[in-house]
Design a protein around this ligand. Structure first.
Ligand SMILES: *Cc1c(COP(=O)(O)O)cnc(C)c1O
Length: 394
């Protein structure tokens, strides 16, 4: 059954379609000038020197890890509460992702936990701006600087978010964005890496295109493959959609922020529910609305809450199943979970058992993302509010 209201969806209008059509009828539908135009527009928007468009946010993470020269002997710090791609990119380079617990308030990586996990092998820190809330970048950069580590911002949720007056993108050494339809702007599939570092920029360009560099001094046709790269290119058709979408980003963010404000106004005084809050110095583009339900006080299981909201037509989602829950990571790196699958069906009398990633497990168990996207109608917002209030009072 199709849910009435999904947790997220794209906004595509006639201006997008018109621009895509124009590019479709042009000479270049890939490797053309529209890609460069999209890259320049994004770089200008976030305030960086360079931007490299790629085929997905995952490809952007892969390319960023290559640019940072992550080697098989390296370890890379990654928060456990994120999408698998944030850690998989480290595996693509043959290195080891070292998982770290989160701050329970924001869902972002806990900087004190980062410090404990740094070894001689550590090469980089990947932090996620969870739900669009900037990670604690001042502290992360300080730790990174004192250990000579590269900072990579997985800002798949945070295009347009700001941290102490600076746009996300201009803060870490390398920042990646995703343009999947659920994200702030879309190109269908697509991603971008932004940086101020010329060496990283050149490595990104090579990596996107088979590891090949042109050597036209030798001959107009001549090129050499100097690294193992891939075809990670975005098409000009997608870039056209991206340019058109970026023109609407202020409107998108304004609408997202207004919906979050309305949800918060309605939910923040209710017992048993915890709402996302913006920390001082941050302006969030809010990709998600991660509501957290106090299962003990509600006397309900996670499954009951999720199933209830689904049965009422809310296409809710859970963000995220922690990385250390995935069998692949358990098998290859020995990570263990303390929260067991059976517990989602059990009524809690106490909090979750203490494990290595206690905050992430607690966050995951309590979290359900409510519908949040710019085209959400007033009647739909009211319906979400009413449904959640009914759940809490039932
Ligand atoms: C969406 C997402 C990605 C991957 O982006 P794709 O464009 O789907 O490949 C990576 N990290 C996070 C945190 C995401 O939400």
């Amino acid at each position: 059954m199709k849910p009435l209201i999904p947790y997220s969806k794209q906004w595509i209008d006639n201006s997008d379609i018109k621009y895509i059509t124009k590019i479709l009828r042009s000479d270049w539908i890939t490797q053309g000038p529209t890609i460069e135009k999209f890259e320049k527009t994004i770089a200008k928007y976030v305030g960086t020197k360079y931007a490299v468009a790629v085929s997905s946010g995952t490809a952007a993470l892969h390319a960023a890890c290559f640019a940072a020269e992550i080697k098989p002997s390296n370890e890379v710090i990654v928060p456990t509460l994120t999408f698998a791609a944030s850690a998989n990119c480290v595996l693509y380079l043959g290195a080891k992702p070292v998982l770290v617990d989160i701050d329970y308030e924001t869902g972002n990586i806990d900087v004190n936990e980062i410090r404990k996990k740094i070894t001689k092998r550590t090469k980089a820190i990947i932090a996620v701006d969870f739900a669009g809330h900037p990670a604690d970048w001042d502290k992360i950069k300080k730790v990174a600087k004192s250990h000579n580590l590269v900072t990579i911002d997985d800002a798949a949720h945070a295009l347009g978010s700001q941290y102490h007056g600076q746009k996300i993108g201009s803060i870490a050494d390398l920042t990646i964005f995703s343009f999947h339809p659920v994200k702030t702007i879309t190109t269908g599939e697509g991603g971008m890496v932004v940086t101020n570092n010329k060496n990283y920029y050149e490595r990104l360009l090579r990596f996107r295109h088979h590891g090949i560099i042109k050597k036209t001094k030798i001959g107009g046709w001549f090129y050499e493959m100097v690294d193992l790269g891939y075809n990670l290119r975005m098409t000009d058709i997608q870039a056209a959609l991206g340019i058109s979408q970026l023109g609407k980003i202020d409107k998108f963010i304004k609408k997202r922020r207004a919906i979050v404000k309305k949800y918060n106004k309605n939910f923040q005084d209710l017992p048993n529910i915890k709402v996302p809050k913006e920390k001082k110095g941050s302006i969030c583009a809010w990709h998600l609305y991660p509501a957290r339900f106090n299962l003990q006080k509600l006397g309900k299981t996670k499954k009951q809450i999720y199933d209830f909201l689904k049965s009422k037509g809310l296409g809710v989602q859970v963000h995220y199943i922690p990385i250390h829950f995935h069998p692949y990571y358990q098998k290859h790196f020995g990570y263990k979970r303390s929260l067991q699958p059976s517990s989602f069906d059990k009524l809690r009398t106490t909090g979750p058992k203490k494990g290595d990633f206690n905050n992430a497990e607690k966050f995951y168990e309590e979290e359900i993302s409510l519908p949040l996207f710019p085209s959400l109608k007033k009647t739909e917002i009211d319906y979400v509010v009413k449904t959640v209030k009914n759940l809490i009072r039932s």
